[in-house]
Every structure is written in structure tokens, then in C-alpha cells.
Design a protein around this ligand. Structure first.
Ligand code: NAP
Ligand code: MG
Length: 402
């Protein structure tokens, strides 16, 4: 059979360590035999970010704005140890942060559900997708320690120079203070991405804050979601999906009792915490997918996990690893399917379906990497190396694509 042609390229963002090793295997064994792959390639591996003074990251994000669909490998976010390890001239910022800022997007994380790996929460039958508002709040806060006897205020100076001063606390002992902020524009864009993603995937949308306590700050989030919902209400009703608002503590209780199958929009901190809880509760980080969606519909697909450093050092010693490539494979299938949808390329869409099916079938047939082996309840389960596992997927894919 001829390879599937592509008209518009996918932006390809290569990465670091073990995931970079898997990236090449996935392309060589699972994609290139079937797809006449067109990509606009950017190497976001740390050495290339150092060489280009990180301009490669910015260029890859700009290319995503241009073409609309990207697939990204996990990358190292440098810390002091990495600066030393890679001899960096600067502690380059997180590529994900840079890309997110340029796309002004929202990250949606969803688990892949396979037979044999049951979520810790018995009622969960379908994936729960977490949408995290990745701007502001505690992540852009100013904070300081405060000595006893100090007084803290919030002061807002408007453009015409008038000052609004709100008393915060008179410190009777030593303490700490923190100020957070957010922007209407960012909250609107977050809401727009959420309603648009819920609509395009046909799932209900939930949103929660603590607006009974935070009557201005959190209330603003709630009001903006209501405003954006007004624009989507008719389309949501047509599709038979709903928008549901509740308090964050009530949401947590309802999520646990639910059977899943919806998108849970979270403020920044809630999303940070809940996405890690969901990943664990559904099984493994190796089964968690992630897609960054901009308000105007640009998509960047990736795995939720990092570069799996510990496995990479084993790999460098020449030892075979058992690293799970599934989330990275689903990043590729997500990007290929979206590209297919946008270009009316049905063969590409159905190849993406087959690729996912082959991955799931392999695990459900009992062949899996160690992280899944430890969780699976299948009786015939066998632990595979990264390469054996990818070969297992490749042989099933070959049958599906015949
Ligand atoms: P990590 O790479 O996600 O790995 C943490 C641990 O989780 C691994 O050591 C491994 O456990 C397990 N794990 C994660 N993914 C797995 C997979 N696909 N298959 C099997 N096991 C898997 O997180 P990290 O160690 O905190 O971070 C490593 C590097 O990744 C850091 O430099 C960080 O900056 C970067 N990072 C990048 C992204 C991104 O690009 N989106 C996200 C997070 C972290 P065992 O060791 O027990 O086997
Ligand atoms: Mg987190």
C-alpha cells in the first residue's frame, strides 16, 4: 500500500533524554512506514536550545501559530544541576512555559484507559480531562517574609495616578505575605479554550472556584465563564452537553462519585494539584496525554510526563529500559488526526485511530512496560523492554493497516 500523503506539515518539536530515544523509535517503526510524513522540525533538545540561545523554542511556537498543529517531545526544564550538567550559559526557561505564553493556550490532560488497569476510584469508567488555567495566581505572586510589628497593604495605582489602598494585616508576630493577580483577558481565553474543546470533543464542562470566600477574585472567574457560556449555550444544547458550575470542594466530592467522561476546568493551582492526582488515580503517568489548545484553535500535543531521566541514565550505560512510550505515541496520533481533520485527509485520521488501537491492543494482549506491568490485573501479562513493546505495537499496527 502507498504511504499516506500529507499536504500541510505538522510542527515537530524534538526533546531530551529517554523520550528523545523513544521519539526516534516511534517515528521509524510506527509512523514513517505508513505516512509520507511532512514536518516542520525544531530541535528543542537542551544542547540546541543552548546553541540558539533558546530562540529555537520561540520559532517552534511561532510555527505552531502558522500551521495550527504541533507534536512535542518532553524536554528538560533546566535547574541549577542541569546548568552544570549541560554547561549552560543561562538557566533557560521551561519550553512549555514559553510555548504556552506564545499560544496563550490552555492545557488539557486526559488519561488513556485500558483493560486490566482499573482506576483507583471504582466509579470511574471514562476519562476525566483536566483543563488547567496556566496563568497568574500563586505562580505570578509577589511574596515576602514580614517581621513582627509590620503592616501590610494592597496598593493599586490607576493610570491617572489615584491610589486605592486596602489594609491586609497588622503583624502581631513574624509572618509571611503574598499578593496574587490575574487578567480578564487570560480568564476569557481560558474559558474560550474550555468551551471550544468541550464542544469539539462532545463532553460536559465543569468549572469550580471558591467564590463564596473570594467574593471578588474568584467571582470574576465565575462571571467570565458565565459570559462565555452565553455564547455557547445553544451549541451545547444542540449537542446535548452541559456546562456545570459549583464550589471547588463540592466539585472534588462530585468528581470522586462520578463515572467520568467530562472536562474539569481548574484554576491554576487546583489544576496543578488535581492533574497529578488524576494521573495517579487513573494508573500511570505513562498513560497521561496532554494537549495545549489556544483560544483560536491551535493544538500542541504531548505526553504529560517528563524526559524519564532515571531510565535515560540506564540506557546510556547500555542497559535496556522499560519506558512506556504510549503517551508519546498518542501525542503523535492526536496531532496526525487533528491535521487530518483540518485538511480533510481521511486516511490520515483513520491511521491515527489504528495507531492508538494497536497501542491499546498490545497492552490488553498482555505485553506492556514495567510501569503498567506493576498495575495490570491481566493474568497473561508480560514485561517488555521499550523496544520489544514498540515492536509489539508495530506488528499489530501492520495487521490493522493491511
Ligand atoms: P518524569 O520524567 O515524568 O519521570 C518521573 C518518574 O516517573 C520516572 O523516573 C519514572 O519512574 C516514572 N515515569 C514517567 N514517565 C514514564 C514513562 N513514560 N514510562 C515509565 N515510567 C515513567 O519526571 P521528572 O523525573 O520529575 O523529570 C525529568 C525531566 O523531565 C526534568 O528535567 C524535567 O524538567 C522534565 N519534565 C519535562 C516535562 C515536559 O516536557 N512536558 C514535564 C515534566 C518534567 P521510575 O524511575 O520509578 O521508573
Ligand atoms: Mg503538578
Amino acid at each position: 500500500m502507498s504511504r499516506i500523503p500529507m499536504t500541510v506539515p505538522i510542527v515537530e518539536m524534538d526533546g531530551d533524554e529517554m523520550t528523545r530515544v523513544l521519539w526516534k523509535m516511534i517515528k521509524d517503526k510506527l509512523i514513517l512506514p505508513y505516512v509520507d510524513l511532512k514536518t516542520d522540525y525544531y530541535d528543542l533538545g537542551l544542547p540546541e536550545r543552548e546553541r540558539t540561545k533558546d530562540s529555537v523554542t520561540v520559532r517552534s511556537a511561532e510555527a505552531t501559530l502558522k500551521y495550527g498543529v504541533a507534536v512535542k517531545c518532553a524536554t528538560i526544564t533546566p535547574n541549577a544541576a542541569r546548568v552544570k550538567e549541560y554547561g549552560l550559559s543561562e538557566m533557560w526557561k521551561s519550553p512549555n512555559g514559553t510555548i504556552r505564553a506564545i499560544l496563550d493556550g490552555t492545557v488539557f490532560r486526559a488519561p488513556i484507559i485500558v483493560r486490566g488497569i482499573t482506576p483507583y476510584v471504582r466509579t470511574w469508567k471514562k476519562p476525566i480531562t483536566i483543563a488547567r488555567h496556566a496563568y497568574g495566581d500563586v505562580y505570578k505572586a509577589s511574596e515576602t517574609r514580614v517581621p513582627k510589628g509590620s503592616s501590610a497593604f494592597i496598593s493599586v495605582v490607576s493610570a491617572d495616578g489615584t491610589e486605592k489602598r486596602l489594609p491586609l494585616h497588622d503583624f502581631e508576630c513574624d509572618g509571611v505575605v503574598q499578593e496574587t493577580y490575574n487578567l480578564d483577558d487570560s480568564i476569557f481565553h481560558f474559558a474560550e479554550s474550555c468551551f471550544s474543546f468541550a464542544y469539539s470533543t462532545g463532553q460536559d464542562l465543569w468549572f469550580a472556584t471558591k467564590d463564596t470566600v473570594s467574593k471578588t477574585y474568584d467571582r470574576r472567574f465565575r462571571d467570565i465563564f458565565d459570559e462565555v457560556y452565553a455564547e455557547w449555550k445553544d451549541r451545547f444544547e444542540e449537542k446535548g452537553i452541559t456546562y456545570f458550575y459549583t464550589l471547588i470542594d463540592d466539585a472534588v466530592a462530585r468528581v470522586i462519585r462520578s463515572e467520568g467522561g467530562f472536562i474539569w476546568a481548574c484554576k491554576n493551582y487546583d489544576g496543578d494539584v488535581m492533574s497529578d492526582m488524576m494521573a495517579t488515580a487513573f494508573g500511570s503517568l505513562g498513560l497521561m496525554t496532554s494537549v495545549l489548545v489556544s483560544p483560536d484553535g491551535k493544538y500542541e500535543y504531548e505526553a504529560a510526563h517528563g524526559t524519564v531521566t532515571r531510565h535515560y541514565y540506564e540506557h546510556l550505560k547500555g542497559n535496556p529500559t522499560s519506558t512506556n512510550p504510549i503517551a508519546t505515541i498518542f501525542a503523535w496520533s492526536g496531532a496526525l488526526r487533528k491535521r487530518g481533520e483540518l485538511d480533510g485527509n481521511e486516511r490520515l485520521c483513520s491511521f491515527a485511530d489504528s495507531l492508538e488501537k494497536a497501542g491499546i491492543q498490545t497492552i490488553e494482549d498482555g505485553l506492556m512496560t514495567k510501569d503498567l506491568f506493576q498495575l495490570s490485573s491481566l493474568e497473561n501479562k508480560r514485561c517488555a523492554t521499550s523496544e520489544e513493546f514498540i515492536d509489539g505495537i508495530a506488528s499489530r499496527l501492520e495487521r490493522l493497516c493491511k
